[in-house]
Ligand binder design. Sequence first.
Ligand code: HEM
Length: 492
Amino acid sequence: MLYRSQFHILSKIPGPRFPAATSLWIRWQRWHGRLSFEADKLLSLYGPVVRIAPNLVLVNDVQSVQSLFARQDLDTAPTAIRALRIGGHDWTVTYPQNPVARSRRRPVMVATTNKAMRYWQSTFDKNISQMVHDLGATRGRSSEDIVYHLRVATLLNSQAVMAGPQANLEPGDFPHVVGEYNFLVVWRLCLPEWLFYWLKWSPFRHAAFRVQSSDRLFRLGKEIVDEAANWAEDDAVSTVHELLAKSMKAGRFEDDPTEISAEMAGQILAATETTSSALAFIFYYLAREPNLVDALYDELQSAEGLKDLEGLQLLNACITEGLRFRPPVALTGSRVVPPGGLSIMGYFVPAGTVVTTQSLSLSRQRPDLFPNYDEYDPARWLEDDDKLISERRRCLAPFGIGARRCPGGNMATFQMRMILAAVVREFHLSVAPETTPLSMTPFEANGFRSRLDACRLVFTPRDLRPQPGPRGCECGTVCDCVECLCVHYDEH
Ligand code: HEM
């Protein structure tokens, strides 16, 4: 420990001694779901490059991160990626080596172009309309967990892009399974491997279910592969599975059916949990600001249906700000330094060291550009100063940076616009009493979640006419009180 913190070549990099000496600090922070925010505090104290674990260096200088992550010879970091494995497969989706990963990224990019998105628009529309219908079932009389609904809608949208419109998997307990899987990732990063074999068959039912969630997701991936077999190929568009199967056949995996199932499960996970996480936080912050929702509603009147949403400035600003404030992937990218080492911001970093960056801190550490960085404030993206806005944009990297940047960003924003527009057009939003700033404190479990992995909001249909409550008040469609569905509860 003394050697690591005092004499190791990385000891020249700024940072506190304890995290440099032992991995206990980082495990502790991960266990409590707050690594990113604690690491952000270290950046404030020590500057833009900090050693946050014996072998892990966090870099927060935009220029350095861009040139580092643009390199093709950096693998993604095995420990972080191993925690994401699904079923019996070690590496899926974010395969560490670039040459292998490339053949898996490409299918996603090709299947999610703007042209492809236009093709899938009607399918998305159908799934999102179903979500809106489900949210409206209680007519605003009780709250709904938006996380659950988002997980279902994004699963249905993703399965179409992955396997074709005929894919018809029932979401079943997917929202619950995926929620447990996210916390399994935390366990994998903090606990020894042998414990999982024991927990899987242990009498502790919750823990056993959590460990088994990985196998359940693998089975979902297999079902997607089975559904994909029924896709009648279409010249207009290719599915991710179709392209992936071709490239895996041509590559060194020889069309391994189990490997492709794990890959599909990983793709579904990458596509759904990120989008759901971002949207859940955005809906929460919107629900706290009725004026903002009204402004968004007004803006939406200028677009026809769910088309033409790309140009809506406030809608885009709400999404950009959501991704800035609560970026769904916490440590946005981690890379292993190749043989020969690298010089980063004047420090020599030897081969095998993991360097990482986090979108969260790129803006938080620039109070000059983001004075109220700890607030959800879409208006900052609507200011007239183009230079300022593009400076601010440079401090955003929710989809990562460079060679291994997320290939699904286009689909993510397309889907987010559609979902936000559909919900805001239909409902007034308000925060349910059980949803509090504490319950919505971001917790890192395979990306940011709310502490309880839920976000209960009230969705009151816009067409609901105000009804007098028992005490005669007529403001009652937006209900905050149990007794009379009236927002003016305190005045009674
Ligand atoms: C708001 C939504 C999303 C966010 C914030 C997000 C973010 C990210 C980030 C930060 C990475 C890691 C980049 C790196 O290591 O440098 C990543 C990788 C990836 N994402 Fe996304 N993502 C989103 C949606 C999607 C969607 C919709 C898909 C699929 C359709 C997808 C597929 C992938 C894949 C396959 C990778 C691995 C790329 C590789 O290893 O080279 N993501 N994503």
